[in-house]
Each structure stands twice: as C-alpha cells, then as structure tokens.
Design a protein around this ligand. Sequence first.
Ligand SMILES: [Zn+2]
Length: 171
Amino acid sequence: MAVWEILKYPHPMLKRRSEKVERIDEETRRMVEDMTETMYHANGIGLAACQIGISRRVIVLDVSPIDPEHDLFAMINPEVISEEGEIDHEEGCLSVPDCFEKVKRREKICVRGLSPDGKEIEVVGEGILAFALQHEIDHLNGIIILDRMSRLKREIYRNKVKKEKRKGEID
Ligand SMILES: [Zn+2]
C-alpha cells in the first residue's frame, strides 16, 4: 500500500469525467488499497480515484468518524438509482483546502455499483453517508464543491488561491 499525493484545485484532473472500469483486476484492488490509505492519511471520509490522478470511476468511503453505523467500503462504477429530499449541507474537500461551504444535496440516495471483488452492491445512504456518496460521485463527473457554490463564493476562493500561488512564487 502507498500514500499518494492528493491533487488540489485548480488541477485539470479534477475537472475531467472519469472513465468506467471495464475489468476489475489486481491493479484495481491495489488502487482501492492505495486510495484507502491515502484517505486515512489525510483524515478524509471519502476519496475518488481522480483525486490521486487516476481517471477511473472508483470511490472509497469511511464515514464512521461521523456515523459509526457505517464502515469502510469501496465502490466501482457507482450509479445513482434513486434520490429524494433536498438539504443544504456544509462540507469540505481534500482537493479544495480551507473551504467549508453549504452545498445543495439530496437527503437520501440509493447507489449501485461493484465491490473490489466484482460483486454487485447497493448502498442506501442517509445523512453523512448520502452526502459523502454524492460528493465522491460528483468527483467522478468532474464536479467539485466550488461548482456547487454561488459564483461570488467561487470567485472569492479562486482569487485566494491565485494570491497564495503568487505569494509562493515571490517567496
Ligand atoms: Zn472532494
């Protein structure tokens, strides 16, 4: 297992739609292990493959620090089957540091996909599990929380990152 570098906004990889996994093999399973270790290392509750630079539809989630009823799991090619309700949820992202904002989420969703050993799995999530699933599936579609915020808030964050980058270049 290995800890990978987590790509940060505005890395172009975060805007790309990830590709479907056609064949689950040893490499896929190794990737899931690395993603899990990287997520834990960063104290995150979810990670999408594109966040470590791999354009594949794979996510790992462990929301147990917030909701102990759910354990670690990985999902390959997740698809939203049904969703209901709407709520503003304040969230952050390992790829968008120092940004916590309210985004619109569904209250409850049902997601179907494959486990790392190729079995079909279905997860019904409410609360943090539902939000985390939507957040990670967003990543697979090239969407980050900034895209779900108001234009003004997005601009403020964008300018802050630009300024920090400039400062870094001068120092
Ligand atoms: Zn994220």
